[in-house]
Design a protein around this ligand. Sequence first.
Ligand code: CA
Length: 231
Amino acid sequence: MSDALPDAPLVLVVEDDPAIASLVCAALDSRGLRRCVCATAAEAIAAAAERAPQVILLDLGLPDADGIEVVRRVRTWSDDLPIIVVSARADDADKIGALDAGADDYLVKPFSVGELLARVRVALRRVSHGAPAEAATFENGALSIDYAAGVVRVGGAEPHLTPMEYRLLVLLARNADKVLTHQYLLEHAWGPGQVGDLASLRVIMASLRKKIGPELIQTHVGVGYRMVRAE
Ligand code: CA
């Protein structure tokens, strides 16, 4: 039984496997988080709307629909409710499909409880930061970006970034903590009507990571990139 406080963050656990659901619930309870469990996509969509959770942990293989459908539906009314996909499928296509539909992050089963809690913590921190996309400046460890001036600083230095590196950095910063897929970056960083290619993206990201500090940009092999917050 959970002894979470009534104002503790609510995590919506969407999982049709009772053993995994109870493992996840025990982990959330250990951190004093509230949780609500749904075993189908239909229940999950209804609960996401009615209960207004702070985070959704979403299994992709559900009995009534693909979990991606839950992501799509939730994104019709909320752009920023964090959705962490939890899936047994190691298949990249499913993870990428869910991320492209608007999920923030993913965990592949089997996962450790520590890993699960770390992802939930990141998601909750992102929510508590409030509309980061509206801020005029971005600070993360030694990195700062002044969007209006288009100036990037790392420590005291101002590294020279190419226009494409700058655009990619801004996309990652505005979506900090979120995994952005290759497809997303290719569509958003290149100008209108332009389509970048994966090989160029990799080269530019390697250069950008070197300039701003590789620890701030995680590489998700075969999936994409994420800006992580400096601790
Ligand atoms: Ca399942």
